[in-house]
Design a protein around this ligand. Sequence first.
Ligand code: THU
Length: 142
Amino acid sequence: MEENMIRSMIRLAMDTLQFSYVPYSGFRVAASLLTANGKLYTGCNIENAAYSPGNCAERTAIFKAVSEGERDFAAICIVNENTDGQHDICPPCGMCRQVMMEFCVPEEFLIILAKSESCYEIHTLGELLPMGFGPGNLKGKK
Ligand code: THU
């Protein structure tokens, strides 16, 4: 993946942190999602007074994209900002990894975890969700 695209995705995710709705945790998370045909979608975490209905940034981005007809994804970038205003690496929760598994090829889909435009790490979904259960399993495929 090109360095320029990685930096753009990090910048876009950082710009999206302002929209996080986090009155309960104060922990902002934002994501930028790159489709296979080069479009970018953003997402932020959205909390709820009843707690459980809250949604993670990654799923917000994926559901926004799928609801607009996208199903092929190349990469997602995840950033966060804690209550002290600090950015740290924020690995996706298990539920978000499972949602990625539904639409992405585990060996190919890239997950960029960024602290800043110059400090980030990249993993495949397969690394973060080994032997994940996906649509292929229901069809008897490995
Ligand atoms: N959160 C995300 O948005 N993505 C993750 O993968 C980890 C957790 C959110 C959920 C909640 O609003 C806050 O971070 C604290 O858990």
